[in-house]
Design a binder for this molecule. Sequence first.
Ligand SMILES: Nc1ncnc2c1ncn2[C@@H]1O[C@H](COP(=O)(O)OP(=O)(O)O)[C@@H](O)[C@H]1O
Ligand SMILES: O=C(O)C1=C[C@@H](OP(=O)(O)O)[C@@H](O)[C@H](O)C1
Ligand SMILES: [Mg+2]
Length: 175
Amino acid sequence: MNNKGNIVLIGFMGAGKTTVGRWISQNVNMKYIDTDDYIEAGQNMTIKDIFANYGEEFFRDLETKALEELCEGCSQTVISVGGGMPVRDINRKLMKKLGTVVYLKAAEEELARRLDGDDKRPMLAGQDLRKRIHELIMQREDAYLDASDVVINTMGMSMNGIYNAIEDYINDGGR
Ligand SMILES: Nc1ncnc2c1ncn2[C@@H]1O[C@H](COP(=O)(O)OP(=O)(O)O)[C@@H](O)[C@H]1O
Ligand SMILES: O=C(O)C1=C[C@@H](OP(=O)(O)O)[C@@H](O)[C@H](O)C1
Ligand SMILES: [Mg+2]
């Protein structure tokens, strides 16, 4: 594990970053921060309202600022980020500085099942869900791979199994 002992969870919307991050913090002695929660608390506004009032670029700037702040003070923390975080070069660098970056993957049809009916994710609003998921994954996959130290295909895995896979990677020397 890198010397700050942080784990950074990345991946597409619905991949389980927030769920896995929360599970780890509840079952292992690590703190937990979700950058979406961190941004919402800082702005006193939901992600949906931030997008509606100020647009995507403003939100992306807040994401970069959040990572910069977390790089200053975080240790022994699981950090789940938003699905778009790895798209900016600077964010990929900041995440590598922050900790071991884990890319959580799930099949597109499973993501669609999980995200169907969601109204909190502006990047998916008002479009054919399956098509939108596919299109965004195609745009983002290279950034996810470039950002990550390890990829975990979570299909059929329990929370415990996902955590064990992360721990195995770190214990095997990780990064
Ligand atoms: N491994 C999993 N198996 C089944 N459902 C899951 C799993 N991970 C997440 N979910 C469900 O998918 C939805 C999105 O999960 P979330 O953790 O918010 O994803 P992310 O933060 O990656 O967007 C939630 O309803 C959550 O309960
Ligand atoms: O993929 C994206 O661009 C986004 C993902 C969301 O987080 P989750 O991946 O946790 O849903 C949230 O940051 C915002 O709605 C934008
Ligand atoms: Mg999340």
